[in-house]
Ligand binder design. Structure first.
Ligand code: NAP
Length: 519
């Protein structure tokens, strides 16, 4: 059995306590153990701040972008090994594993490309310069500089590769060293990635450290220049937010948490067969990919009352064709959920929503003698306003149809009952209706995808997070924001307003020039 180690202060550390076991959720086989006992977290933080940070900032954005490109390449070279680990430890089918691992290398490559257009300095102008005095001589310019602390990245179990890479890409490009902690149940992939990163020698010492197991008292050592980027459940987020480092020392925190993402079908127009097919196929993909364990997966399906039957039939057809089983068999299209505790939570969640719904397909009953398998489950709400449908996240292959009037205002009200979401998707060829819904739900969502006949053959499913677009959402989704191209660097940088002689600001800070002022 493999013992997963942590990489801290320039060396691999083996835990001195009892390791927490990691399993193959399809077979129940114990694969590895993770334990971080014995790590001196004060030293880990100091190593990042004193060794990693200065080394990263000895170069500028453009050089760090080249490092990201090299990291993407190094990880891609080991793609098949990482895919196999994700299949055994995470319950991923080959397709699920590629989604995670290619998402990781793709995001690193995307940030390499964003960064190569930046100067090789450690400050960036933020917006245009502003005349502040009677003449342009007295000038203002906002700039952004890397913060001088460490970025702690705590990730959820469902995307061990992509979750780590999307945070690392922004942090390292900004010039801030990383302490990465993956979700333990699926940590084998993250651990192997950490080995590849360290062995590649691409990053300067101290800029990347890796904790496998508990983070112990790490947060006690964080201060005003440090930050925590957290991805996980809203329950864990709520616990972390109360820590002194946030309430007393103003450590920055970004939270990516749960979300009850909606797919909203509009009233029937003359011929909307393409967008209707798009709607059905995107829901089926989102529900079954990674066995529904995606923070962006569709959980609530809003359907005009007169279209409920055709949606129910269309989805039951698609979902029942999904072969569920051990990802080791390439015929299987959906694997198990990631762990026994997930299985228990998912079953309980299905039962709670099924109590106020009709079950169109699946349910919480076991579908195999061993393994953490759940049937794709489609429920139809008896009352679309039942509280539980708008409060409980079932983190598995389950979604609920909510019949509604077809009126844009009703769609907005129901969707926003989720209390803040990562993404919602709106399917209609009626531009006026779709615009009204989009503007009505935008304040409560980080991203809105518009499906129509025109984009049916082009669009990615809403569950796919793209490095160019922001990821995050208000309210229960955590109130955070990541990615979004170079916006993703902002969390790791300080915005500072500089006021003074325009000639100096222009020369020293790269601010735009007003030609009337010179030395
Ligand atoms: P979780 O139980 O909240 O755990 C998330 C991470 O926090 C794990 O690394 C976990 O470590 C760590 N953790 C737990 N308690 C902690 C504590 N007291 N101090 C420091 N770290 C702690 O969530 P999960 O079960 O891994 O992930 C599923 C949830 O994440 C779902 O609700 C899903 O919606 C959400 N999610 C959101 C996004 C997004 O971008 N918004 C993306 C993916 C997932 P251990 O594993 O070692 O306990």
């Amino acid at each position: 059995m493999t013992t997963l180690t942590s990489y801290v202060c320039g060396a691999w550390h083996e835990g001195q306590g009892t390791p927490r076991p990691l399993f193959n959720p399809a077979t129940g086989e114990e694969l590895a153990g993770a334990d971080s006992t014995g790590i001196d977290f004060a030293k880990v933080v100091a190593h990042a701040r004193d060794v990693g940070g200065p080394a990263l900032r000895e170069v500028g954005f453009a050089t760090r972008a080249q490092w990201l490109k090299a990291l993407s390449g190094a990880l891609h070279e080991q793609r098949e090994e990482l895919v196999d680990l994700a299949k055994s430890n995470g319950g991923n089918t080959r397709g699920d594993a590629k989604f995670d691992i290619d998402g990781a290398t793709g995001t690193l490559a995307a940030y390499a490309s964003f960064g190569k257009r930046l100067p090789d300095t450690n400050h960036l102008p933020d917006g245009d310069g502003i005349q502040l005095g009677r003449t342009p001589r007295y000038w203002g310019q906002h700039i952004k500089v890397p913060r001088l602390g460490v970025a702690v990245h705590i990730n959820a179990f469902n995307f061990p590769a992509w979750g780590a890479a999307e945070k690392m890409a922004c942090s390292l490009l900004a010039g801030v060293p990383v302490i990465e902690k993956p979700g333990t149940p699926s940590a084998l992939v993250a651990w192997r990635m950490a080995q590849i990163v360290v062995e590649s020698g691409i990053l300067p010492e101290g800029s990347f450290q890796f904790i496998c197991g508990s983070v112990g008292d790490l947060l006690d050592h964080l201060g005003p220049q440090d930050c925590l980027a957290f991805t996980g459940s809203s329950g864990t987020a709520a616990k972390l937010k109360g820590h002194d480092c946030f309430t007393q020392r103003n450590t920055r925190i970004n939270i990516e948490a749960d979300s009850l993402n909606s797919a909203i079908l509009g009233p029937k127009t003359d011929d909307d067969s393409e967008v209707f097919t798009m709607f059905l196929s995107q829901i089926a993909t989102d529900m079954t990919q990674k066995a529904g364990q995606k923070c962006t997966a569709i959980r609530r399906i809003l359907v005009p009352e007169d279209r409920v039957e055709e949606v129910r039939e269309g989805l039951v057809d698609r979902l029942s064709a999904t072969k569920v089983g051990d990802p080791a068999d390439s015929d299987n299209r959906m694997g198990p959920v990631a762990s026994e505790s997930q299985l228990k939570d998912v079953r309980a969640g299905i039962d709670a929503i099924a109590a106020v719904s009709d079950t169109a397909l699946g349910g919480s009953d076991p579908i195999a003698d061993t393994g953490c398998f759940v049937a794709p489950t489609l429920l139809v709400a008896k009352d679309a306003n039942s509280d539980i449908i708008h409060s409980d996240e079932v983190f598995g292959p389950c979604a609920t149809i909510l019949p509604y009037s077809g009126d844009a205002k009703d769609a907005i009200a129901l969707t926003n009952r989720g209390g803040g979401g990562l993404v919602a998707s709106v399917y209609s060829n009626d531009k006026k209706w779709a615009t009204e819904v989009t503007l009505g739900i935008a304040p409560w969502h980080g991203r809105v995808c518009l499906g129509s006949d025109k984009v049916a053959s082009l669009a990615m499913p809403p569950g796919m997070v793209l490095p160019q677009m922001v990821h995050g959402g208000p309210g229960r989704a955590g109130g955070g924001e990541e990615l979004g191209g170079l916006r993703g660097l902002d969390f790791y940088m300080q915005r500072t307003a500089i006021q003074g002689d325009q000639a100096v600001l222009t020369r020293e800070f790269g601010a735009p020039t007003d030609t009337s002022v010179s030395d």
